[in-house]
Design a protein around this ligand. Structure first.
Ligand code: TRP
Length: 335
């Protein structure tokens, strides 16, 4: 069996919320600590964030939050390198080489760019209004991330699958020209099913302003839990549990037997929304308790956090350097 190398990145573009934890951090930690995983590279995609973020202080703040959330969530250990993307100068270099292996048509079809073009057209604007080249070439930078560390498995949300497919296409083109030992073909590992709704029942997203933050003061988390949107059905009425947003959040954070109990409470009638919200808050409290101290420690001790990121970057650079040397030799004739 070839070594199993995991790689994933998170963009530091907003406050980490319970949806990020359940959908990305928790499953990533499970995979990284799996016995058949040989190495894990996890990074904060701060270069990717620049296509939309203009305030360096904010980039820095969210980068720290993501790093601290990952460590507090358990992504910490021997074979795990956690680092800032921008600390690996080999990545933009690789990206430049890979540009030449990438069909422009792929960029035209990449979903983030295409969504912006469609929106502009619908509004009667120039199709490329507000589009910068960072957004347009986003998938190439992402391919560089994946290929630099010879990643074999890339855990991502469904929305990122297309980017991994583009990476695979880049590998096929490159290896066809320069030999099969040039780049490692990665598999997407799509993290399914764990999508937590926000306070209003839509997808939890900072752009909708409907998040439950992961590490806010407990009073704020309580306030968020108490403000989950409900309807006017009475306590006694029997309700389809999946029609209640409180339940749809609760099922991702509570224990199996608690979930069964709340399910029955709504289906049979008798469980009021107020009580259900209190149960949601106590499940959140319990879930967060083991992570909060570590998170708060790291946030109030930037030196410790930095030293973890610096050590991670050192390990990552060593690996990326090898890949870059290999590709330069093949493409340019010198290492
Ligand atoms: N594009 C990913 C996102 O928006 C972040 C990311 C950057 C990434 N590079 C990556 C994910 C490489 C997986 C692999 O969330």
């Amino acid at each position: 069996m070839p070594p199993k190398t995991l790689l994933t990145g998170i963009k530091p573009t907003g406050t980490i919320h319970i949806g990020n934890y359940v959908g990305a951090i928790r499953p990533m930690v499970d995979l990284a600590t799996d016995t058949d995983t040989d190495a894990t590279f996890a990074f904060i995609a701060d270069l990717h964030a620049l296509n939309a973020m203009r305030d360096a202080e904010q980039v820095k703040k969210y980068t720290r939050q993501v790093a601290a959330a990952w460590i507090a969530g358990g992504l910490d250990g021997e074979n795990i390198a956690l680092f800032r993307q921008s600390d690996i100068w080999q990545i933009p270099y690789l990206s430049t080489l890979l540009m030449n292996m990438t069909a422009k048509g792929h960029m035209n079809r990449a979903h983030a760019y295409k969504a912006m073009v469609d929106e502009n057209m619908a509004a009667g604007k120039d199709p490329d209004d507000g589009v910068n080249m960072g957004l347009y070439t986003y998938p190439i930078l992402m391919a560089a991330d994946i290929l630099a560390y010879d990643a074999t498995h890339v855990p991502v949300g469904e929305d990122q699958r297309q980017h991994v497919e583009i990476t695979r296409d880049i590998v096929t083109t490159t290896n066809h020209l320069y030999g099969d030992d040039t780049l490692t073909l990665p598999e997407p590992v799509v993290l399914k099913g764990e999508s937590v709704p926000g306070l209003d029942g839509r997808k939890m997203s900072k752009s909708y302003g409907n998040i439950i933050p992961l590490f806010a003061p407990m009073a704020d988390i309580k306030k968020a839990c108490m403000s989950v949107v409900t309807d006017s059905r009475t306590r006694e009425e029997s309700k389809e549990p999946e029609s209640v947003t409180i339940f749809n959040i609760y099922k991702h954070v509570a224990k199996v037997e608690e979930v069964a109990e709340m399910r029955a409470g709504f289906a049979d009638g008798g469980l009021g929304y107020g009580d259900a919200k209190k149960q949601l808050f106590s499940a959140m409290e319990r879930l967060l308790a083991p992570m909060r101290n570590r998170f708060d420690d790291l946030m109030s001790n930037p030196d410790e956090l930095d030293s973890i990121l610096v050590a991670g970057a050192k390990a990552a650079r060593g690996k990326a350097e090898k890949t870059l040397t290999r590709l330069k030799s093949k493409m340019l004739g010198h290492p």
